[in-house]
Design a protein around this ligand. Structure first.
Ligand code: BES
Ligand code: MN
Ligand code: ZN
Length: 489
């Protein structure tokens, strides 16, 4: 796994600033009020910081944004990074300030002068999230990120605050690595092996193989994978850090590659379907974070790992499969495979664990990108309280999420002439909602449930605030917070 940069927290030592190499980052509030470290930097640079503070350009910066000064006279550093941040600025601005440092982090590392920052641990977190690079499949010399030293007031307390955030960053990096890996590397077998490796963190991990899935009656899930050389698997991860109550369930779509199957997709852009396991990747990342910070909660994570391939053995349009629930499904379009996978694992996790609530994540529909673009995940729910709690957690973490409606009229479009339902609606309109209606048929009465369609948010072509182009890790922070706020405080 890509290992987050190491950050050392030290009490501020003004005499070490002059010789610090790489990037030196300093924070200035509005009006240019300077703390001890800033005052020293200003003296060493013959008043450069004062000039920056008084400049029009600095005045235009938003909280968390910075200005880069190359080869500053008076410092050994290659770059002095002056970032606008007030002691009273919120967590979002503080993380953004950290991300500005992470985006410019090089092999020489950084010294971050955070003596006058309100939440130094959040600077570290933003820095860590942004200092990510997926180069596992590149050959040649790799530029590692240099070490980061943060000078703070009250290093002990900052270290304590930073520890659970470091576990969270581990989770985000796990999700990103899984989503960024190509499908010839991240086969169902390799995916399961990476989840099994999390036993070292104290998670209980079970892998259910095809014969066990057949015994359970998971005909919907098995149909999707039957055209692939990679065996279908279901992996159950349990973190039991709470009391005796039943767990909360997280459910992830893990299609390691989605060709569409016999209803094959067009060639253009098909390579992006390596990310069709994003839901499973997010569930894995959350479980890693919970274990890493020893969360006082009971959570079960379940993922369905399959590959959707066209083949002589592949499922055909028109096939009728029987789900574990017992309902039959007419497969009109083999490219609507995610819902078939989720139907069986959602049923299984409810049947086995009677969870207090369930959230599924899936790169489920292209239609959600038409509706919401790449800014927001589509949110669907049968329970306002759980949905509102999730939306609040997502907002607090700065992860875009937007609820869409559900209703009987959408559900009616799943009516089949020959089976209990079809796997796609009649017509393409409202496709994300119809997909959610399909899933709801596999939610038991009384299970609070939220469905997250992350097709637009799991992977971005360009850089985003806290990640370079590629996998974002969307949802790990929000779900971690939801679990913390619901069960731990
Ligand atoms: N994995 C895709 C959805 C997707 C599209 C994810 C773009 C990420 C980016 C899903 O399995 C799919 O193919 N959905 C179909 C459903 C349709 C056949 C009803 C779609 O959206 O076209
Ligand atoms: Mn598909
Ligand atoms: Zn898919």
């Amino acid at each position: 796994m890509t290992v987050p940069v190491t950050i050392e927290f030290l009490e501020t030592d003004l005499d070490r600033i002059e010789d610090a190499t790489g990037q030196v980052a300093i924070f200035l509030g509005q009006g240019g009020k300077m703390g001890a470290a800033a005052t020293r930097v200003d003296a060493l640079t013959s008043g450069t910081l004062s000039r920056v503070a008084a400049s029009e350009a600095f005045g235009k910066l938003k909280p968390g944004e910075g200005m880069e000064l190359s080869y500053p006279a008076g410092l050994a550093a290659d770059m002095l990074h002056v970032i606008r941040l007030d002691r009273a600025d919120d967590v979002a601005a503080t993380r953004k300030a950290g991300a500005a440092i992470g985006r410019k982090l090089g092999a020489a590392g950084a010294t971050v002068l955070a003596d006058a920052v309100g939440h130094a641990a959040e600077v570290a977190f933003g820095l860590t999230l942004r200092a990510y690079r997926f180069d596992a499949r590149k050959t040649g010399p790799k530029e590692a990120f240099g070490p980061v030293t943060m000078m703070v007031a009250g290093a002990e307390a900052v270290r304590a605050e930073a520890a659970p955030l470091a576990a969270l960053a581990d989770g985000v990096f796990m999700t990103r690595d899984l989503v960024n890996e190509p499908a010839n590397v991240l086969t169902t077998t390799e995916f399961a092996a990476r989840l099994e490796a999390m036993r070292d963190l104290g998670l209980t991990v079970e892998v259910l193989e095809e014969d066990a899935l057949a015994d359970l009656g998971m005909g919907a899930l098995l149909g999707v994978g039957q055209g692939s050389a990679s065996p279908s698997k279901v992996v159950v991860m349990q973190w039991n850090g709470g009391g005796e109550e039943p767990p909360f369930a997280l459910v992830g779509k893990g299609v390691v590659f989605d060709t569409g199957g016999i209803s094959i997709k067009p060639a253009g852009g098909m390579e992006d379907m390596t990310m069709d396991m994003g839901g499973a990747g997010t569930v894995a990342g959350v479980m890693r974070a919970l274990a890493g910070r020893k969360a006082a909660a009971n959570v079960v994570g379940i993922v369905g790992l399959v590959e959707n391939m066209p083949d002589g053995l592949a499922q055909r349009p028109g096939d009728i499969v029987t789900s574990m629930k017992g309902d039959t499904i007419e497969v009109i379009n083999t490219d609507a495979e995610g819902r078939l996978v989720l139907a069986d694992i959602m049923w299984y996790v409810q049947d086995r664990f009677q969870p207090t609530g369930m959230i599924d994540l899936a790169t489920l529909t292209g239609a959600i990108i038409v509706a919401l673009g790449h800014e927001n995940t589509g949110v669907f729910a049968n329970d306002d309280a759980l949905c509102d709690a999730f939306l609040a957690a997502a907002a607090a973490e700065g992860e875009g999420a937007w609820r869409l409606p559900m209703g009987d009229a959408y559900d009616a479009r799943l009516k089949s002439r020959v089976a209990d339902m079809r796997n796609v609606g009649t017509g393409r309109d409202g496709g994300s909602i119809v997909a959610a209606q399909f899933l709801q048929r596999f939610v038991k009465d009384g299970t609070p449930w939220v469905h997250l369609d992350i097709a637009g948010t799991a992977l971005l072509q360009g850089d985003s605030a806290f990640a370079p182009g590629g996998a974002t890790g969307w949802g790990v922070l929000a779900l971690n917070r939801l679990i913390r706020d619901r069960f731990e405080v």
